[in-house]
Design a protein around this ligand. Structure first.
Ligand code: GRG
Length: 303
């Protein structure tokens, strides 16, 4: 008799698979047209990536592609690319000039384990690698779909997405944004990559424009839920469970929606977002069951 896996088990299994792929991608051997992979740089990149993240973003890419019957290998590779980009953002976010953190995923941050210059370069190389992985011949997709993915990821990660969100976040330390300002900042800083994860599954499966739009909206909803849950955790969780410092938002007087509107509002908003996500994916029936579970997981996560 087979027993059904819990969502957490499935997430862990997928994380292990993505971990193996990342291990392969971050191997010593230089690829065609690379000259050498310098030992210390590669070690710092590996430290920033192969350190036990939840791999939620690759999970969303793979599960979104599964809804539309997309290639599992292509989805894993796009997920691995997105994870490299996410890890670059964490390595750079932890730097002294940004959040100045010593601990990430329960381990010393890259600039602590190595040095600041190496951490900057490791982040730079991980960002570049993300686009390499999508474009590489090993990713079994038509060139047209690769270009669409590269464009969508560029827009999600760049000045009008994650990096822009980080810039607004830095500015917010001097001038508190209002509610609309916080929503925009968070949709960019955290939401844009999660939105890409969900839309990417539809893009790589060559799904219809309507499906792509629906998945994009689903990504926006869970991106928002992810950030509200993150703000709640920053208030309530301990550093050991989180594997990083907590309470930093409050200490810096940082405006979050949770700080502005309170914990009861945040909990009600999370329930509303789950409901919206469930209604949105209803047309896909059972095929979207795992994504709906993912929405619950994101809203109720404990680390
Ligand atoms: C430095 C360019 C640049 C951007 C930084 C990602 C980011 C933008 C800042 C990180 C600050 C932060 C903690 C934001 C909250 C959302 C977030 C990205 C949490 C970490 O993601 P998880 O929970 O972490 O998926 P794991 O470790 O599981 O991958």
């Amino acid at each position: 008799m087979t027993t059904a896996q819990t969502f957490e088990q499935r997430l862990r299994n997928r994380a292990a698979g993505i971990g193996q792929l990342l291990e392969h991608i971050l191997a010593n051997e230089a690829l065609a047209d690379e000259i050498v992979r310098p030992d210390r740089l590669l070690a710092a990149m590996r430290h920033g990536v192969l350190n036990g993240g939840k791999r939620l973003r690759p999970f969303l890419v793979v599960e979104s592609a599964a809804v539309f019957g997309g290639s599992a290998l292509a989805a894993s590779r796009v997920g691995a690319a997105l994870e490299c980009l996410h890890c670059y953002s964490l390595v750079h976010d932890d730097l002294p000039a940004m959040d100045d953190d010593d601990l990430r995923r329960g381990q010393p941050t890259v600039h602590i384990a190595f040095d600041e210059a190496t951490a900057i370069l490791a982040g730079d190389a991980l960002l570049t690698l993300a686009f390499d992985i999508i474009a590489a011949p090993e990713t079994p997709l038509a060139d047209r779909d690769k270009v669409a993915l590269v464009l969508a990821l560029s827009r999600a990660a760049g000045m009008g997405g994650m990096v822009g969100g980080q810039a607004l976040d830095l500015a917010a330390e001097k001038h508190q944004p209002d509610e609309a300002g916080i929503i925009t900042l968070q949709a960019m800083k955290t939401g844009a990559l999660i939105r890409f994860a969900c839309e990417a599954g539809a893009i790589l499966s060559a799904a219809s424009v309507e499906d792509r739009k629906r998945m994009r909206r689903f990504g926006e909803i869970i991106g928002r839920a992810f950030q509200i849950a993150d703000d709640l955790l920053d208030l309530t969780a301990d550093p050991e469970t989180m594997g990083k410092a907590t309470g930093k938002d409050a200490a810096r007087g940082k405006g979050t929606l949770v700080a502005l509107k309170g914990q009861a509002w945040a909990e009600a908003e999370l329930s509303r977002l789950i409901e919206e996500a469930t209604t949105l994916l209803a047309p896909y029936g059972e095929r979207a069951a795992t994504l709906i579970e993912a929405a619950h997981f994101v809203a109720n996560r404990k680390n």
